[in-house]
Ligand binder design. Structure first.
Ligand code: ADP
Ligand code: ZN
Length: 435
């Protein structure tokens, strides 16, 4: 028996999944057309009516929704049901501008928690496990989502929320946590703190971690797996579609299965809006097939990734998305070259540094500058200036190879870069100050 929470749907034949999607989309488009005037107007502008949508094949006829629409319609403009049927709101982290609020009926929450339960079971979770949730609780979806999923699986749930790392470690050790849920940057910090307290990876009872809410590289995965002695699984989601659990990794640890019975995924060219075939990189767009309270159709996530439909060894039949490289708006354009922070992380970890770094972008004399502060691990710390300079030059060369442009690297002392307990802020782009 595989590690499935809802095997009949997670391993359903493709024709069955398509059947479910076709049935749901017809109903959902009608629901939105009748209940969300904001979207009805967009459909009218495009000359589409619910009669034109006979299955998921027709989704491409529908207009897109963007984050700007969500801000325009704030707070109630995209509500799909009476407010009295809603039982909860959650909100985005507000990483880019005004926060977006999303609404949930009790059924929406049930389905969201099912998705998180699928992720926990895929990571090996059962009712024997102790699941420590240190994503933030509150408006952020991370804590509540995994908390609900953990209850559904029947794990003993530790609702820690983020922060207070000493207490996290004490509870982890005293109560024998076996599954850890948090952002990858916080997981790395917890690993570092455990080592500082003299614990070895085998001293804790953890077996798996479910990490997401921010981009992280394969190198970061290996770093966390080593420091905590676990298997680290990726989980993806966004407030607009529910929260974490839209997609999750299975034991293959190679791409995340999208919960296709609830979310229909497309990849588009971010410039033209054209739908791209599987295997091509582009912007991920989601249509929620059964959300009642906040039923977004063709929502542009701005996350850049690739969809794959090859058979997975875990037995799941749902499409997989690659790790998002970051959002289209995380991409830095420096002297005309596209740079993703994740590329910088890859170089640093490959060169034996820790994931503690900060990227500073500015413009001086009309030229973009890229500076990277990199923390030296304590064992590499040296007082000898020439040694540090040689390391800086070596890192600069490795970066130039990866990025195609040369940054300036500054090695800084252990502990000088602030640790993240939630979503890490890696980039400071001061060019915006001058614009
Ligand atoms: P905000 O947009 O304010 O950060 P959310 O808390 O809803 O609000 O975050 C959702 C976003 O977080 C996604 O659109 C994506 O950019 C990022 N994200 C979530 N999970 C992952 C993941 N596993 N890998 C990379 N990025 C992720
Ligand atoms: Zn799989």
């Amino acid at each position: 028996m595989g590690r499935y929470y809802q095997p009949e749907i997670e391993t359903a034949p493709r024709e069955r999944i398509l059947e479910i999607q076709n049935e749901k989309i017809v109903k959902q488009v009608r629901h939105v057309y009748e209940n969300v005037p904001y979207y009805r107007h967009l459909m009218e502008e495009k000359g589409v009516t619910p009669d034109d949508i006979k299955g998921v094949e027709d989704i491409k006829k529908l207009p897109f929704l963007s984050k700007a629409d969500l801000r325009d319609a704030y707070p109630y403009g995209l509500l799909g049901t009476d407010l009295k049927n809603c039982v909860r709101i959650q909100s985005t982290s507000g990483t880019t501008g005004r926060r977006v609020v999303a609404f949930y009926t009790q059924k929406d929450i049930e389905l969201w928690e099912d998705c998180c339960a699928r992720a926990i079971v895929a990571a090996g979770g059962t009712d024997e496990d102790v699941c420590q949730v240190c994503y933030g609780y509150g408006l952020f979806t991370g804590g509540p989502g995994l908390n609900g999923g953990s209850h559904k699986v029947g794990c003993l749930t530790l609702p820690m929320s983020s922060g207070n790392t000493d207490r996290q470690i004490q509870f982890m050790m005293d109560l024998g946590a076996t599954i850890l849920c948090c952002t990858p940057s916080y997981a790395a910090y917890i690993g570092e703190s455990l080592a500082e307290k003299g614990y070895k990876p085998e001293d804790n009872k953890l077996k798996a971690g479910i990490f997401g809410a921010e981009p992280w590289t394969e190198e970061m995965r290996r770093n966390i797996e080593k420091s905590l002695g676990i298997k680290a699984y990726d989980i993806y989601g966004l407030t607009e579609t529910s929260g974490p659990g839209v997609a999750f990794e299975c034991e293959e640890q190679h791409g995340m299965h999208i919960n296709e019975d609830h979310f229909y995924a497309e990849i588009i060219d971010p410039d033209t809006g054209e739908v791209l075939p599987d295997g091509e990189k582009g912007e991920l767009v989601f249509t929620s097939l059964d959300k009642e309270a906040f039923p977004l159709l063709r929502y542009r996530t701005r996350d850049i990734c690739v969809l794959h439909r090859e058979k997975c060894s875990c037995g799941r039949t749902h499409v997989k998305m690659s790790k998002p490289m970051g959002r289209s708006d995380d991409m830095l354009i420096i002297r005309g070259v596209n740079v993703f922070p994740s590329q910088i992380e890859t170089v640093l970890l490959n060169e034996g540094y820790t994931p503690n770094y900060q990227i500073l972008v500015d413009r001086r004399n009309n030229t973009d500058t890229l500076d990277i502060n990199v923390e030296l691990p304590p064992e590499q710390f040296s007082d000898i200036v020439s040694e540090n300079q040689a390391k800086e030059r070596a890192l600069e060369a490795a970066m130039r190879n990866m990025l195609g442009i040369g940054p300036k690297v500054h090695l800084v002392g252990p502990k000088s870069i602030v640790r993240s307990e939630g979503k890490a802020v890696r980039v400071i782009d001061n060019r915006k100050l001058h614009d």
